[in-house]
Ligand binder design. Structure first.
Ligand SMILES: [Mg+2]
Ligand SMILES: [Zn+2]
Length: 185
């Protein structure tokens, strides 16, 4: 079994402008690609787990999301930092697109995407980490049994009060990687 690093996307990997659906709006958080490369070099299997209710809400399509994901992965590949797996939940119970209108067990704070990845790739959740910018991300990790939970990003003051026990807080992914995973990688 491999240990994994589960990462939320918007607000962790890229700047969260709200429902980012197109490449023109995708800008990496400074240092995030290098931090991802470090995690991979240390042996973490990197998994993106992202709620994409913008699809259910009709703001962009599944194809837009996949196009953006391919763009992100090309950029990350240049830094040896591409995600090993990508999971997304296009659903929301208030969605306008009937096809995607439902309460989904994959949508964080539910643990469905993490559990699906663990089953598909034989991941050791107890020795895995999860990094998010909202308490709901960390709650999904806690519900799945992920061993170490980290909050980063712009909302640490408001979200920090709602975290599962044992969670740690850093300014951003770069600071987290530098301080927690600096061993000669
Ligand atoms: Mg986020
Ligand atoms: Zn879903």
């Amino acid at each position: 079994m491999r240990r994994a690093a589960f990462l939320d996307r918007d607000g962790v990997v890229n700047i969260d402008y709200g429902y980012v659906g197109r490449t023109a709006d995708f800008h990496f958080v400074p240092g995030a690609p290098q931090a991802l490369a470090r995690l991979k070099k240390l042996g973490f299997f990197t998994v993106l787990v992202t709620n994409q209710s913008g699809i259910a809400r009709g703001y962009y399509t599944v194809q837009d999301f996949l196009t953006l994901t391919a763009y992100m992965q090309r950029r990350l590949t240049a830094e040896n930092a591409a995600f090993d797996a990508v999971y997304f939940c296009p659903h929301h119970e208030d969605g306008t697109a009937a096809e995607f209108r439902k309460a989904c067990p994959g949508r964080k704070p539910a643990p469905g995407m993490i559990l699906a990845a663990a089953a598909e790739y034989d991941l050791d959740l107890e020795h895995s980490i999860l990094i998010g910018d909202h308490a709901g991300d960390l709650k999904a990790g806690a519900a799945a049994g992920v061993g170490l939970l980290y909050l980063v990003g712009a909302h640490i003051e408001t979200e920090g009060a709602k975290l599962p026990p044992g969670a740690k807080i850093y300014k951003d992914l770069a600071h987290l990687a530098a301080q927690e995973f600096c061993k000669d990688a």
